[in-house]
Design a protein around this ligand. Sequence first.
Ligand SMILES: C[S@@+](CC[C@H](N)C(=O)[O-])C[C@H]1O[C@@H](n2cnc3c(N)ncnc32)[C@H](O)[C@@H]1O
Length: 371
Amino acid sequence: MESGKDITQKVRQGYAEIAATGCGCCGSSQPDKLASQVGYSAEELAMLPDGANMGLSCGNPTALADLKAGQVVLDLGSGAGFDVFIAARKVAPSGRAIGVDMTPQMLDKARASIGQFTAKTGLSNVEFRLGEIEHLPVADASVDVIISNCVINLSADKPQVWREVSRVLKPGGKICVSDLALKKPLPETIREMAIALVGCVAGAVSIDQTVEMAKAAGLANIHWTEKEYAFDIMEDCNDHLYQSVKDALPKGQKLSDYIVSINLTAEKSVAETLTPVQKELIAIGASVTAHCQSCLIWHLDKARQDGASEKEIDMALSIGKAVQKGSVSAMESFVNEQQGRCVPSHESICTFKETKQEQDPKSGKSSCCGR
Ligand SMILES: C[S@@+](CC[C@H](N)C(=O)[O-])C[C@H]1O[C@@H](n2cnc3c(N)ncnc32)[C@H](O)[C@@H]1O
């Protein structure tokens, strides 16, 4: 079995050759056709620097991302800069698009295109960094949106990629991925073909595995869709890469029997930014509010184990009591109001507001209280 380093080296070598020859994945002979079939507009493609679209993508992650001006976007495995240039226009003028790629030849191509991008668009909000997506050269919690187009399947350590995604996303940030996924295990012969690895086929895993990795990294709100059409475009072409893989398939089988093209989105939940102590303090307050004594005992114990101070615990208990009292008072006041009476509650409605009694000059009824 090959080590992760060997796999990474093969992938890097494969993409160095593709960068040099411009020839690799299917569609490279007609990259704009492939791109427009997966939803890139003619205008988006026209504004790209020459050669940025190498026909290496298998989806349109920027279309999923609903990008807004001012956002910081990071493209994992940016190749010649295709989606970075597309994203940069969507987040302009104050936002930035950063591409990370481990193949120096790809990075050279992307960087060489920045001048033409600026000339066409007047923008200079793109940047390309050399690095592996398993060890992103990007600061913690600094990115609004991560995009990736046909890259994560190439990684020899996918769980680590997802952990990095979680690390660099801001709380509330999201990732939008287009990639290839396995419908069923590939024949051994194909799994061992370097060309199938570089062609984004041999390294693919199932959607369930991807979802598990994203969840384990702390991401939430995970959604995906499958789309056959993008893969069929590749399958129909005469590219030598896909042709070799097709030839190695058992008789009567098609690549699309094994591989599907997917779009997946996930978010870094804001809750993930809470410390264990903060989570326990919230749970203490919620236990009081919910009158759940066994929950309270459990969370008090856990909070102390996690290092919460007695002062913090006391505050959480007080807030829980206040919220609980507030809801009782609010209901009491509401009932009073329905009865045309105002019996000022012992505390105010929501405890934090002052109670006051007002009389409606028309009806003479008192109304409650502190709203
Ligand atoms: C299929 S191409 C996609 C390029 C680009 N996303 C596009 O759609 O045009 C894969 C790219 O990912 C890069 N790549 C593959 N594995 C990588 C890794 N582990 N870390 C960083 N870049 C990687 C390759 O160098 C290559 O440029």
